[in-house]
Design a protein around this ligand. Structure first.
Ligand code: BEZ
Ligand code: FE
Length: 285
């Protein structure tokens, strides 16, 4: 008869999980027991070799070592494995009609300047100008006053200002806009361009081994916060972009592909109209 406590190939999950003490936080116990179950099942499924396990440890070690205040390789790993988008989906189930969330990404900076509606956010003189405009509405179609719209995009060379602090002006292609009673927003940026996620580290190595490219389709980031509503973290994507169906981080949702049309006003080259619909905390799927 098997003795409890001695580890065998067959009883590995039960032996590890039985070691948990009494009084462990119930949620922690649930999460860790499941993690152990799935990890052991994975190793069994692929009959993980010692060499492969050592490679994985080395990979995770390098992933940690390349992290800094400016670079979070573990989040990038989670993004490229689709885990970030899955966690986002689980935690942001919204009714039909509400704007969908997508991945936050590593390039948001808190504290961007609050600007007036219609203001310019591009200060490096590069790229094709684009008027972004629309409304922030509730699910009943009513305008939301006082919504704080934080926007950010790459520049025409495919880099965020924080990736090129010595090259781009501070707050280039970023800004915060606060809606009035009509719920309307408008600002002038550039038509974003597709760009590769940072691929000079372990995540780039993984993508190359898997025959995957590192590109994201062109997009404008939005984070919209309004009192009494769920926070919306999303993008609008440039319709027709080559990478819409192969985004390196799986962030594209069909409902977020926006029209980018040649503008008739002559003030900007392009215009992109998009309404955002926020759900209240009780309005879930
Ligand atoms: C971004 O869109 O800024 C982004 C998202 C995930 C990983 C890297 C970049
Ligand atoms: Fe981005």
């Amino acid at each position: 008869m098997e003795e409890i406590g001695y580890f065998t190939e067959e009883n590995s999950v039960d032996t590890v999980n039985a070691r948990m003490g009494a009084g462990v936080n119930p949620r922690l116990a649930q999460v860790m027991a499941s993690l152990v179950r799935h990890l052991h099942s994975f190793a069994r499924d692929v009959e993980l070799t010692q060499q492969e396990w050592e490679y994985a440890i080395g990979f995770l070690t390098r992933t940690g070592q390349i992290c800094s205040a400016e670079r979070q390789e573990f989040i990038l790993l989670s993004d490229t494995l689709g885990l970030s988008m899955l966690v986002d989906a689980i935690n942001n189930r919204r009714p039909d009609g509400a704007t969908e969330n997508t991945v936050f990404g590593p390039f948001h900076v808190e504290g961007a300047p609050v600007r007036q509606m219609g203001d310019l956010i591009c200060f490096d003189g590069k790229g094709e100008s684009c008027l972004f405009q629309g409304r922030v509405l509730d699910l009943q179609g009513k305008p939301i006053e006082g919504a704080r719209i934080d926007v950010w995009s790459d520049n025409a060379d495919g880099y965020y200002d924080v990736q090129q602090p010595d090259i781009q002006p501070k707050w280039n292609n970023r800004g915060v806009f606060i809606t009035g009673a009509d719920g309307c927003y408008s600002f002038v940026g550039i038509k974003p361009v597709s760009y590769p996620i940072p691929d000079d580290g372990p995540v780039g190595e993984m993508l190359a081994h898997l025959g995957r490219h590192p590109y994201r389709p062109a997009h404008m980031h939005y984070m919209i916060r309004a009192e009494g509503f769920q926070k919306l973290v999303t993008h609008t994507f440039v319709g027709g972009d080559d990478y819409l169906v192969s985004d390196a981080v799986f962030g594209v949702k069909k409902s977020l592909v926006a029209p980018f049309e040649k503008a008739e006003s002559g003030k900007t080259l392009w215009r992109s109209d998009f309404d955002f619909v926020l759900a209240r905390p009780t309005e879930t799927k």
